[in-house]
Design a protein around this ligand. Sequence first.
Ligand SMILES: Cc1cc2nc3c(=O)[nH]c(=O)nc-3n(C[C@H](O)[C@H](O)[C@H](O)COP(=O)(O)O)c2cc1C
Length: 196
Amino acid sequence: MAKIEQLEGELIQFDSLSPSERYRAMVESIVPRPIGWISTLSPEGVINLAPFSYFSGVGSRPPLVMVSIGRRKKGVDEPKDTYRNLLETGKGAISIPTLSQWREVDKTGAVLPSSEGEPEKFGIEMIRLHPDYPPIVKGVHRAFLVSLYGTFDREELATIPFFLKIDHFYTTGKEFQPLARLGSGYGGVSPILEEE
Ligand SMILES: Cc1cc2nc3c(=O)[nH]c(=O)nc-3n(C[C@H](O)[C@H](O)[C@H](O)COP(=O)(O)O)c2cc1C
């Protein structure tokens, strides 16, 4: 770790950090992060819902978003339900949570058995917009119904980028306060600054 002359900071060789130190450095620097609240259906028909903050828009021609999903459930030697369901069904719904939904978002980060869905377990009401896609979370102002476009799967990756194509866009047309991930907590986004 070298002190840099005339600067307050230090330059850290990223490989010298442990995976959890690297994670912290990234999530505390890349802020705010939007949250994709992703619902999927298991082949058995269980509705699964989980938040993802390694989530971003990629481009609009074709309209793609990216979500990076850990291969395994924490402490359980099984794939994450979202990971498995997207690969098996090819369909998902991404609800964009509002600030007031932060507690529900946080709860749905829980590790549950695949046979148990978070909406049912936590009493989160879901609404089906289209028969070919999973339902979205009731009360959100924006959502995307998506199809799996491709993954970037390499053996050394613990977290796999999934590219999802937007097939349908749901909007109430109303302004809303999006929920952001700030480090390991949550917050809102400050008012938009624009020249008059
Ligand atoms: C706010 C928040 C953001 C998260 N972001 C991610 C992420 O980007 N990638 C990931 O693999 N897990 C992320 N997680 C953890 C997953 O939500 C968690 O592993 C969840 O249990 C996965 O659920 P599933 O097995 O039902 O798919 C996040 C959790 C929270 C609370």
